[in-house]
Design a binder for this molecule. Structure first.
Ligand code: ADP
Ligand code: ZN
Ligand code: ZN
Length: 816
């Protein structure tokens, strides 16, 4: 008997053993996919991790359904890396597998259910859950299990479905399908009987009465003389200046044949590669220092001020490595950034660049995966957001993590809750390659590591072309309010500067860290704000749609005319978001073009690209946005950056709030004056003497670093301690509270005073689930492995307590 162990994309700790025939055993290799039955009706895609002859002692094995690959789709580097992620971030291999593979590779049976009939039913007998499913199906013809999971907001929905099935309300279909459909391109060739030159000439003679058809054949003849490349149907049509019907006629006559070749979707159509820019003297020094540093250190941090030309330094490194045929992974924190970078790098490296991130379609991701797997030239340089880390690299030469301080590198939900920068460090180690991290405002973690000599450190202090760092002015809006020098949310200073920039035909970026029109609507008679029914937050007013929306669960309703509590029509808006700023600007500067960049306006795949292009082409005079526009974008003509209110950043209840405020403000400031003329930054605040703002205004990273480090030390926070956060969620508040307390006490048995909480977060209920947090702090000397083992023990015991079985626990290692 032969067996395989397979990983399944489900959150279970162990791999499963299946039996296979001898023939299959010989075909199978580690990393190949198999379709395997699971439970009664499920079919999953598994990854083979072992082929062997040892029957499992505990259960009767099933056989696999089918082998899905001819060659491994996942390599050994990846399996080891997944293993590390699962154990470090305390999740299962199955969860990592699901995050790592594009959906299209996870061929699985998706249960689809539909109503047996749309006839009205007596729905009074339904339980709440049954009613929700029934109601959803009245509006949509069919639903997947996963849809039902999100409708009911829990995992275990089978029983509900079972009940509805038994009552004959719904029916279930099982269906397997490959989600990936390669895009095919149509090509044209001559039928075999006409392929000889004489036959073709003869044929062309006979077509004198059909000049268009003749034209097509002449073109085809000419093209085939030039080279033997396949001729695309569309190309042939355009070259011969005929319509598609002419080609169709020739096919119908049996003279031409159409055939199809699979084409990759992401094609570079730009100009030929241009010369790489020569490095400035400072850049050259930094470049050499990086290479020196790599002789002794695997990890190097490039601390270079905004617009110092870090990208150009990366480009030089990449250039050296690709000539050796190595693969390069270039990670960015935000998809928005890839747009501009692709353009920049394609000029240098042409077709060798692939892009990989979650906004790419499943098909596009499958193609990049395969190209990386096969070490194709067109995927030699991969630019991507955090998931690009999971690609099947096998000849990795360098990893670049740009804007390494960005918190978006950490995946928040679902598991694996991994930090892409830290996971990249491990990936580089597995491959025995170097990793370069770059930032103008390094994270405290990375900076302390380089100060302590764990990482190499290379510094670029000057902007490229010796442009001065922008001049930063703090505007005290408390005083401005008092002196009545505010118009809407703008101080007279900010308005003056905007006007001046516009007069000079320069562009302006305005930063407001909140989307929507106005965060809170409040009744000025009774003080009540409309609340989300599912979450403990006030609804946000969006003027454009005249709606109130919840930013946590998406709940929305039409804006109220009068207060729900006292019925007076005295609803007032408090606070402000990007949308309101945009509206005010349009009134203040009616002649100028104003655009907005935030989550609401950027939902579509190409939305970023469009705004960035419009900004580059100077079709936008003023851009208003959230932190999205803070990161790494490089524009030529922005002379002024305004921050409308720095205080809500600083007052955010989180131990990283000050570090983050510094980074964010420095980064937004960094968008100003990147060429020749010195840029200007105006930061409006109620508290201009705040230390962080003072440090921002004089560009004092070191001062910020020392001070924050000291504060973290006092309160036992990273980088001195590691943290693990456990979140508890339940519909029932008392139960959640009791469970969390039990868990905390169990943890304290061993970890004593380093367990904090349970403590309710500022939003204590989301989507009707009550939430509380417990934080574990792990001092430097304490073994991480042992701590996690202990935690796992507690977690297992907790899950055995029946009373707590509905409570969801979420473990987040190195939480952000
Ligand atoms: P950073 O990534 O450090 O913010 P960039 O790499 O975006 O900086 O560089 C800022 C600007 O300066 C870019 O427009 C870039 O093209 C230009 N630049 C940087 N280095 C050079 C160079 N060596 N030669 C010409 N232009 C450069
Ligand atoms: Zn009221
Ligand atoms: Zn809500």
């Amino acid at each position: 008997m032969y067996f395989i162990d397979a990983l399944l994309p489900i959150p279970l700790q162990q791999a499963f053993t299946y039996h296979v025939s001898e023939e299959q055993a010989h075909l199978l290799e580690i990393g190949m996919r198999v379709a395997i039955p699971f439970g009664k009706t499920k079919i999953y895609t598994g990854i083979v991790i072992k082929v062997h002859k040892d029957p499992p002692p505990a259960y009767e094995t099933k056989s696999i359904d089918q082998i899905l690959d001819n060659a491994p789709l996942v390599n050994l580097f990846q399996l080891k890396h997944w293993q590390w992620i699962a154990s470090y971030y305390m999740c299962t291999m199955g969860e990592v597998m699901r995050a790592a593979l594009p959906n299209a590779f996870l061929l699985e049976s998706e249960t689809i259910i539909a109503l047996v009939s749309k006839e009205p039913r007596d729905d009074t007998k339904f339980s709440d859950d049954e009613f929700l499913v029934y109601e959803a199906l009245l509006h949509q013809s069919s639903l997947h299990i996963n849809d039902i999971r999100s409708i009911l907001d829990r995992k275990n929905v089978v029983l509900v479905i079972q009940k509805l099935l038994e009552q004959g309300i719904i029916e279930v279909q099982e269906e397997i399908y490959e989600k990936y459909t390669p895009k095919l391109k149509r090509y044209i060739k001559l039928s075999v009987e006409f392929t000889s030159e004489e036959k073709l000439k003869e044929l062309i003679e006979t077509l004198t009465r059909a000049p268009k058809q003749r034209q097509v054949l002449m073109t085809l003849f000419m093209l085939s003389v030039q080279d033997k490349k396949p001729v695309e149907s569309l190309f042939l049509q355009q070259k011969s200046e005929v319509t598609a019907s002419v080609i169709k006629t020739l096919i119908d006559k049996g003279i031409l044949e159409a055939y199809f070749i699979q084409k990759d979707r992401i094609e570079y159509t730009g100009d030929a590669a241009s010369e790489i820019k020569a490095l400035s003297e400072d850049q050259e020094i930094a470049f050499n220092e990086i290479k020196d540093s790599f002789k002794t250190k695997d990890i190097t941090l490039l601390h270079g001020v905004t617009s110092s030309g870090k990208t150009e330094v990366y480009v030089q490194l990449i250039k050296e490595l690709i000539s050796e045929g190595k693969q390069i992974l270039y990670m960015l924190p935000e998809i928005a950034l890839t747009t501009q970078l692709i353009g920049r790098l394609q000029k240098y490296f042409g077709e060798s660049i692939s892009v990989y991130h979650s906004k790419y379609s499943v098909n596009e991701r499958v193609e990049v995966w395969k190209n990386v797997l096969e070490n194709k030239q067109k995927a030699q340089i991969v630019i991507g957001a955090r998931s690009s880390l999971f690609l099947p690299f096998n000849n990795l030469g360098l990893i670049i993590v740009d804007e390494e301080h960005e918190t978006t590198f950490k995946q928040y939900n679902p598991a694996p809750r991994y930090h892409a920068r830290d996971s990249a460090i491990v990936l580089a180690k597995l491959h025995g390659t170097k990793i370069l991290m770059g930032s103008a405002t390094p994270s405290l973690e990375s900076f302390i590591n380089s100060k302590e000599g764990k990482y190499g450190l290379v510094t670029l202090n000057k902007r490229y072309g010796n442009v001065l760092m922008p001049e930063i002015e703090l505007v005290d809006i408390k005083e401005k309010h008092r002196k009545k020098q505010m118009k809407d949310h703008f101080s007279d200073r900010l308005l003056e500067e905007i006007q001046e920039a516009l007069d000079n035909k320069e562009q302006v970026i305005l930063f407001q860290n909140r989307r929507g029109y106005s965060p809170v609507v409040e009744c000025s008679t009774c003080g009540v704000s409309p609340q989300c029914p599912n979450c403990d937050v006030s609804l946000t007013y969006h003027q454009y749609k005249n709606q109130l929306r919840c930013h946590y669960c998406g709940h929305h309703m039409a804006m109220l005319i009068s207060c729900m509590a006292c019925h007076s029509d005295t609803l007032d808006t408090k606070g402000f978001g990007t949308e309101q700023i945009e509206v005010e600007l349009k009134e203040l500067f009616p002649e100028y073009s104003i655009a907005r960049m935030d989550q609401d306006t950027m939902r579509k795949k190409h939305a970023y690209a469009k705004i960035i292009e419009a900004l580059e082409e100077q079709k936008i005079d003023i851009l208003v946005g959230t932190q999205m526009l803070a990161k790494g974008l490089d524009f030529r003509n922005i002379s002024l950056v305004g921050v409308l209110n720095a205080d809500n950043l600083l007052n955010f209840p989180d131990f990283r709030a000050h570090e983050r405020s510094f980074q964010l403000l420095q980064q937004v400031s960094g968008r100003a004056g990147r060429t020749k003329k010195r840029g200007k930054v105006l930061i409006q605040t109620f508290n201009p003497y705040h230390q962080i703002l003072q440090q921002v205004s004089i560009n004092d990273y070191k001062g910020m670093f020392e001070q924050q480090l000291e504060e973290r030390h006092q309160y036992n926070y990273p980088p001195h301690f590691r943290t693990i956060k456990i979140t508890f969620k339940d519909r029932n508040y008392a139960k959640m509270q009791k469970g969390a307390l039990w868990y905390t006490q169990a943890l304290k048995m061993n970890l004593t005073e380093n367990v904090l909480g349970p403590e309710a977060p500022s939003v204590g209920r989301v989507r009707n689930l009550f939430i509380t947090h417990v934080l574990i702090k792990i001092p430097k000397g304490q073994s991480l492995t042992k701590t996690k083992l202990f935690m796992n023990k507690v977690d297992r015991s907790f899950k055995l307590i029946k009373e707590f079985s509905s409570i969801r626990t979420i473990i987040d290692v190195d939480n952000y």
